[in-house]
Design a binder for this molecule. Structure first.
Ligand SMILES: *Cc1c(COP(=O)(O)O)cnc(C)c1O
Length: 445
């Protein structure tokens, strides 16, 4: 067995006899398919830790804390792995708070709580857990936070999430930083809210937060947003005596979904995505915008940390032709990975075993779900596939399993974490019993 080439963007590469077998780190994926079945999510622990390290290096010399965005992938073992690397967490629900509590209780003090619709019960749970800060997204939420803090005789640390009104090119569903979006408060309205918080005995305005969207590849908008945040921070201090102790730059740093796997043939000679350069460019804009700010920086990356560490493995059930089109039907579906259906997202698809002299064909790769939107790829040129072959959908580590559902009453996939040459099940495949556990079968009278 070969050691994977160093500095892989992805942990997935061909190796073994004649370089034909797809591996994750040093584990042949065919072995995981035999042992755990499909659909199966596979993640590389080393790749995740490499990404955390890239952030640490890019922000070296600053007081920066990485608060991994739990919604990107919320598996308990992955949260625990990230906590062991020193990460805090960005959460958006009481459920995610509970996950952090179960996976890494000491990390609760490094939790930031985001989201436009926090309920009183969620706020209560977070107050009891003594999280780092509430990212407050509206005047009404500020009222509720004060009311709940007063009820418990506690002081709630908060950052207003401001909407800087900058444009960042990404898919419209994941762009968040403009006035037309539901997120945050207009930056012009923030000062009055900080003054209000500063007057309260139960609120402590400790930070300012911003998050302009997701899968953002051009990094200038991050700097623009933080320039506006810095103007606010200066004004709060000079005109109102409010000292901001941390700035939360949000998440959103994008990755490349369409590079070929490193050991494969180059697709159209696109330059390979360089994650290290990407995070360094990102850090450069943030550093420039924050010049003179000597307090703490919080970062909330999700996708950048976990997307490329993961793949969804599936088995080809059938191939079929309808008129001019060829369909490859897999045992994974949109309930397992909804990104193509939801965002027209592109995922590279590679076979687990490269065969010699297989011509390539143009196919649609689809799942069994009864929706025309249930596809992984359309008109994609792939090496010819047949029933029984296994494939990997790459870059599926973020917003894959966490967005999965039981649609069509399909049990959710299993998840495996690879650590070098070892692999462990970190979520078992759901059973029929799991599928029905919360329901009752009542006869109407
Ligand atoms: C979703 C989200 C993130 C993570 O975004 P990525 O694009 O995955 O980095 C960070 N912060 C907030 C507030 C979010 O809603």
């Amino acid at each position: 067995m070969r050691t994977p080439p160093a500095n892989l963007v992805r942990p997935f590469h061909y190796g073994g006899a004649e370089d034909r077998e797809l591996f994750c780190d040093r584990v042949p994926l065919a072995r995981l398919v035999r042992q755990y079945g499909t659909p199966l999510y596979v993640y590389s622990a080393n790749n995740i830790l490499d990404r955390v390290q890239m952030f640490a290096e890019a922000f070296a010399g600053m007081r920066a804390t990485l608060c991994y965005s739990v919604k990107a992938n919320s598996n308990l073992s992955i949260l625990r792995l990230l906590a062991s690397a020193g990460a805090g967490f960005d959460i958006v629900s009481g459920g995610e708070l509970e996950r952090v509590r179960q996976a890494a209780r000491p990390s609760l003090r490094r939790v930031v709580f985001s989201g436009v619709g926090k309920t009183a019960a969620e706020i209560d749970a977070a107050l009891a857990a003594q999280i780092l800060v509430f990212n407050v997204e509206s005047p009404a939420e500020l009222d509720l936070l004060e009311q709940r803090a007063r009820h418990f005789r506690k002081r709630a640390p908060l950052a207003m999430r401001v909407n800087p009104d900058v444009f960042a090119a990404t898919h419209p569903y994941i762009s968040t930083g403009m006035t037309a979006h539901k997120f945050g408060v207009a930056i012009g309205d923030a000062t009055a809210l900080y003054q209000r918080a500063a007057r309260s005995a139960y609120l402590v305005p400790t930070g300012v937060s911003v998050h302009i969207g997701s899968q953002i590849r051009v990094t200038e908008p991050f700097g623009q947003a933080l320039h506006r945040v810095m103007e606010l921070v200066r004004e709060l201090k000079s005109s109102h005596g409010i000292r901001i102790q941390h700035i939360d730059a949000g998440g959103g740093l994008g990755i490349s979904y369409d590079d070929p796997p490193q050991a494969g043939k180059s697709r159209k000679d696109v330059p390979l995505f360089d994650p290290k350069a990407a995070v360094q460019g990102y850090a450069q804009h943030i550093r420039a915008a924050l010049a003179g700010f000597d307090s703490e920086l919080l970062l909330e990356p999700g996708r950048f940390i976990i997307a490329q560490a993961g793949a969804l493995l599936a088995q080809v059930l059938y191939t079929k032709r309808n008129g001019p089109k060829t369909f490859v039907v897999t045992d994974a579906a949109m309930n397992d990975l909804i990104r193509p259906a939801l965002y027209q997202a592109y995922h590279s698809i590679v076979p687990l075993r490269r065969r010699q002299n297989r011509p390539s064909t143009v196919v649609d790769v689809v799942g069994p779900v009864c929706e025309t939107g249930d596809f992984f790829a359309r008109d994609r040129e792939l090496p010819a596939l047949q029933g029984g072959d296994s494939i990997a959908l790459l870059d599926a580590g973020a917003y894959g399993m966490s967005l999965s559902s039981n649609y069509n009453s399909r049990p959710r996939a299993a998840e495996v974490l690879v650590e070098g040459n070892r692999h462990r099940l970190i979520r078992r495949r759901e059973t029929m019993r799991d599928l029905l556990a919360a329901e009752k079968s009542l006869l109407l009278k």
